[in-house]
Write a protein that binds this ligand. Structure first.
Ligand SMILES: NC(=O)c1ccc[n+]([C@@H]2O[C@H](COP(=O)([O-])OP(=O)(O)OC[C@H]3O[C@@H](n4cnc5c(N)ncnc54)[C@H](O)[C@@H]3O)[C@@H](O)[C@H]2O)c1
Length: 253
């Protein structure tokens, strides 16, 4: 029970990686707040958790709305008295080749993936610093480190999340709050069901030394580590959980 008596917010907690991380945190003893724009999904995950020994609530909210980020932290404190951990998993992907990028599409993905992370983490961190303890975990991506066809919006937003994570690590560290990111490789979720074509899937299997997609549970393992006491001296790091994808260059002879 690595997270006993901890209170965790997980944005994007209604689906995919966020749902898996919320469930893992609950299994590790944390009270969990599942925040998602899809309130029905967040409710389903939270009530599944609350049927077990740990407490969970759902908050319907849009991470791009500053007032919603304020309400998310306020609701968490009202319900559980504190915020110890926030995982920023809410995100979208889209296909955006550089020469075809449209302002509205670029702005939308930056607002959700980057601004949403900033607002939600900022509100939670303001609460964490009052108690001198906290963990911010941002879900970045391998696409934030390596370029990919059509990733002009997505990859750029995730590279910015990596930069933001380092910024938070610098400014929050002295106040007792660490900030790290996970850089997942491809994982089967509703997001990749739409975003990954057959060609993309084939390319990934070719490029990933472990020759498979990652599992939601493997991302939850990394999140539980970063959220726990054992990661107390880990700050400003990007933990790529990607089967070796970002480690390699030439892979054929
Ligand atoms: N699945 C992968 O292969 C993969 C790889 C690398 C990074 N990621 C990142 O992991 C995170 C989770 O992705 P996933 O694969 O679980 O996708 P997902 O679509 O299953 O989950 C994303 C969740 O975010 C929510 N969301 C979207 N916009 C929102 C908003 N404005 N406000 C609040 N909630 C909002 C969605 O409703 C959804 O429940 C994303 O940031 C994604 O970029 C995923």
């Amino acid at each position: 029970m690595r997270l006993k008596d901890r209170v965790a917010i997980v944005t994007g907690g209604g689906s995919g990686l966020g749902a898996g991380i919320a469930q893992r945190f609950a299994a590790e003893g944390a009270a969990v707040v599942c925040a998602d724009i899809n309130e029905a999904n967040a409710e389903a995950v939270a009530s599944g958790i609350a049927a077990g020994p740990t407490e969970a609530i759902a908050v319907g909210m849009d991470v791009t709305k500053y007032d919603d980020a304020v309400r998310l932290t306020a609701e968490t404190v009202r319900q559980f008295g504190q915020v110890d951990i926030i995982v920023n998993s809410a995100g979208i992907a889209n296909h955006m080749p550089f020469l075809e990028a449209k302002p509205e599409d670029f702005q939308r993905i930056m607002r959700i993936n980057l601004e949403g992370t900033l607002y939600c983490a900022q509100q939670a961190a303001r609460e964490m610093v009052k108690r001198g303890y906290g963990r911010v975990i941002n879900i970045a991506s391998i696409a934030g480190l390596r370029a990919g066809i059509g990733r002009t919006g997505y990859g750029t937003s995730k590279a910015a999340v990596i930069g933001l994570t380092r910024q938070m690590a610098l400014e929050l560290g002295p106040l007792g709050v660490t900030a790290n990111a996970i850089g997942p490789g491809p994982v089967e979720t509703p997001l990749t069901a739409v975003a990954h074509s057959d060609v993309t899937r084939e390319a990934y299997l070719d490029l990933i030394p472990l020759k498979r997609y990652g599992e939601i549970e493997e991302m939850a393992d990394a999140a539980a580590f970063l959220a726990g006491e054992q990661a107390g001296y880990v700050n400003g790091q990007i933990l790529y959980v990607d089967g070796g994808y970002t480690a390699i260059g030439i892979a054929r002879e």
